[in-house]
Design a binder for this molecule. Structure first.
Ligand SMILES: Nc1ncnc2c1ncn2[C@@H]1O[C@H](COP(=O)(O)OP(=O)(O)OP(=O)(O)O)[C@@H](O)[C@H]1O
Ligand SMILES: [Mg+2]
Length: 273
């Protein structure tokens, strides 16, 4: 298991305790049940992906963990304690990086850091710039950056406050395949090197298989966890290996089944209307 290799020594009980948990969590928006009785443990240091059809509650689940929303029933926990609200220990990275347009790349990255002493600020920002390979672009403003560069700034800005958990909501969905590939490698390097726990929402089965320790496949109406798959394959993953092909096929099959169910249900409702 990757986290066993790079985590500092800890008592076995602590190793087993999940970093984040949902316990029978439900979330309603008016009459709509966005999440129904969801229970999920995210292990310390693991990379867990959430996949599922549009509207199945992936972002809602992430928002419960971020503390943007509270469950109507059940609980959202971090280290066994209820999540009371957003906190710098759990940072969210969205599809649209939302950088501050009037600040340079360097100052966007350093936004959450104390500005004094100045030397320490500059040293830390310099380190983060190197970490995401943006040293040469430190003085540019967001409008001068490509989509991939913006997402790197967002990643470095998140890492600046050294969160324990990164919650990522389709962070690479808007990027071209080559940039996406590069960012996969960078994210993986950062995740392995910095011991973060990552929950990653994606529509891409390839992305999930490439990056994850486990993949939670969600079902819709109401949103719930359909199945959690272990991805017990070494990194970097060989996309031509039979194991990867088998796993992709298994996930696709689950998703197809879910979409077919949805189509049948919508057909029935159309019939009734
Ligand atoms: N703040 C809100 N107010 C009302 N309804 C909401 C709110 N947030 C989410 N919903 C509804 O809850 C359901 C789940 O939404 P959510 O955004 O979690 O889905 P998703 O799986 O992230 O979808 P997508 O893949 O399209 O991003 C949807 O039906 C959505 O319309
Ligand atoms: Mg979403």
């Amino acid at each position: 298991m990757p986290f066993a290799l790079h985590d500092p020594p800890v008592r076995p009980a602590a190793l087993e305790a999940p970093k984040l948990s949902l316990r029978g969590a439900s979330k309603r928006f008016g009459g709509l049940v966005a999440l129904a009785d969801v229970s999920l443990d995210v292990r310390r240091g693991e990379f867990l992906s959430l996949v599922g059809p549009s509207g199945c509650g992936k972002s809602t689940l992430l928002h419960l963990l971020a503390g943007f929303e509270k469950p109507d029933d059940g609980a959202a926990l971090m280290d066994g304690r209820p999540i009371a609200g957003p906190g710098p220990d759990r940072l969210v990275i969205f599809q649209d990086p939302a950088l501050l347009p009037w600040l340079t790349v360097a100052d966007n990255i350093g936004f959450g850091l104390p500005k004094k002493p100045r030397e320490l600020y500059e040293e830390t920002v310099g380190l983060l710039l190197r970490l995401v390979h943006l040293e040469k672009f430190a003085h540019l403003r967001p409008h001068e950056l490509s989509g991939g560069m913006k997402q790197r700034v967002a990643l470095a800005r998140a890492l600046a406050v050294d969160p324990q958990v990164l919650l990522m909501d389709e962070p690479f969905a808007a990027l071209d395949p080559q940039t996406r590939e590069l960012l996969h490698l960078e994210l993986q390097r950062l995740w392995l090197g910095l011991h973060k726990t990552v929950v990653f929402v994606t529509h891409s089965v390839e992305e999930a298989v490439r990056l994850s320790d486990r993949i939670a496949i969600m079902a819709t109406q109401p949103g719930r966890i359909r199945r959690v798959l272990d991805v017990d394959l070494p990194h970097p993953r060989d996309f031509n290996s039979p194991e990867v092909a088998e796993l992709r096929a298994a996930i696709r099959e689950e998703m197809r089944d879910e979409l077919a169910k949805l189509a049948r249900r919508e057909g029935d409702e159309g019939w009734r209307r």
